[in-house]
Design a protein around this ligand. Structure first.
Ligand code: GDP
Length: 295
């Protein structure tokens, strides 16, 4: 995860961590290197520029040239700013509704169905919840079956109405069923297209309005970098979602989406997916991610 960025940043700090006297030029060169590393990691240009400007101001404010270990101080400033860039602290899931309703959104292949299963599994094991998964991807029969398999794997019931294309009706019926059967969380998996299209957006916007979810999550493949950020922006403009799920972080060597998305859409990353298995889910902790990036 983020190996390329970690290597680049480590090399950027080499001069500052050396024995010799540190000059203003060394600091400026290092920051230029950091900016290049961020851009190569597919971080949004404005985000990268603001980032290095902020680090520079902080470094000057702390008189970085006069301290005994300037390299270490710079690494600490960069660490704290990376964590800040990713949202500062972890964001909780809202689960107040009775039942709590969680709506998944995102493009096809982003990992919605897999993540729905992972989240159900986690809520069951850690939060002692009794979730119900709902199949609202009504265009591909295989999608309903896939959610069925996921539900079976994690031991969570799945509500579906094969043949019915009215997702609002399906979701409302599922919520009624959850109340009747004592399921306290309803996780609604929805259809995604390969690219954003109006019909998909209208459908999920109508679904959101109808079920008034406690939490609308936007699921996106981290490996798509800047595309992930652009897609997030379009979904957020339409849906005003509550949080982001970054999937396939296990295959993301660059980290651009993780670092840019918070600033661009002003919504927190709440979870990450780190593999295909049902256990490969983590709550997103910006500070721990910054630790990881800086090795
Ligand atoms: P959906 O179309 O949005 O419902 O996406 P799926 O849940 O079907 O996932 C698409 C593909 O991505 C599947 O092959 C999943 O196994 C895979 N996948 C999902 N999440 C992850 C992840 O965190 N890491 C990896 N490596 N693969 C994932």
């Amino acid at each position: 995860m983020f190996e390329n960025l970690s290597d680049r940043l480590e090399r950027s700090f080499k001069i500052l961590k050396g024995e010799g006297k540190i000059t203003e030029i060394n600091v400026a060169e290092t920051l230029k290197d950091v900016r290049r590393a961020l851009l190569d990691a597919d971080v949004n240009y404005k985000v990268a520029k603001t980032f290095t400007d902020t680090v520079k101001q902080k470094a000057l404010g702390m008189n970085v040239l006069t301290v005994v270990k300037p390299g270490q101080l710079m690494v600490k400033i960069v660490h704290d700013e990376l964590a800040e860039l990713m949202g500062g602290k972890a964001s909780d899931l809202h689960l107040d509704g009775k039942p709590a309703i969680i709506l998944m959104s995102g493009l096809q292949g982003s990992g919605k169905t897999t993540f729905s299963g992972k989240l159900a599994n986690m809520l069951k094991a850690k939060n002692r919840k009794n979730p119900l998964l709902v199949a609202c991807d009504v265009y591909r029969p295989a999608a309903i079956e896939q959610l069925g398999v996921v539900g079976q794997t994690v031991g969570v019931p799945v509500y579906s109405e094969p043949g019915n294309k009215d997702v609002v009706a399906i979701a409302n019926n599922a919520i009624r069923e959850a109340r009747a059967k004592g399921n306290d969380v309803v996780i609604i998996d929805t259809a995604g297209r390969l690219a954003i299209d109006e019909q998909m957006m209208d459908e999920i916007a109508a679904l959101k309005q109808a079920v008034n979810p406690d939490e609308t999550l936007f699921v996106v493949d981290a490996m798509t970098g800047q595309d992930a950020v652009n897609t997030a922006k379009e979904f957020n403009d339409r849906l005003d979602f509550d949080g982001v799920v970054l999937t396939k972080l296990d295959g993301d060597t660059r980290g651009g989406a993780a670092l840019s998305i918070r600033t661009v859409v002003t919504k927190p990353i709440k979870f990450v997916g780190t593999g295909e298995k049902m256990e490969a889910i983590d709550v997103f902790h910006p500070d721990r991610m910054a630790d990881r990036i800086l090795g």
